[in-house]
Design a protein around this ligand. Structure first.
Ligand SMILES: [Zn+2]
Length: 138
């Protein structure tokens, strides 16, 4: 059986898969939250029924979307190390970026795949630029 995720409501790991007749479901033994019931024919064995129920308990489309968004936003606001000649450290798009060098200068530079940075200031890191300031009333 797959490892069960913590309860999305109370956070506990005290989750059990219950089986009754052709139905099985995940149930939190602290707050009582349950997953959607999983129905299988009686010729499936208990382990197969529990597997179906644990998949339902572990299905979290909203939580997965939020985690993905948090990962994306965290990645967008951190500094990325840059090493000249190492393409794995290059920005993903040709665009303007905030960049820094060994003197901790903070600059705005354009990156292009053909030329790299247009400056000769030994760039060691880049970050996405924040969204422009929105004026009120828009
Ligand atoms: Zn709970």
């Amino acid at each position: 059986m797959s490892e069960l995720k913590a309860c999305p409501f109370c956070g506990t790991n005290k989750i059990e898969i219950e089986v009754e007749g052709n139905f099985s479901w995940g149930e939190c033994h602290v707050c009582g939250a349950t997953s959607e019931a999983h129905r299988q024919y009686s010729d499936f064995n208990i382990e197969q029924r529990k597997e179906g129920a644990s998949e339902k308990w572990n299905t979290r489309p909203i939580e997965d979307a939020l985690r993905s968004e948090v990962t994306k936003l965290t990645d967008q606001r951190r500094w990325h190390q840059y090493t000249e000649g190492d393409k794995s450290t290059y920005p993903p798009f040709e665009d303007w970026y905030l960049v820094t060098n060994e003197n901790d200068d903070l600059l705005q530079e354009f990156f292009s795949f053909e030329v790299g940075w247009k400056t000769n200031k030994n760039i060691i890191g880049w970050a996405y630029q924040p969204e422009p300031v929105e004026s009120e009333g828009e």
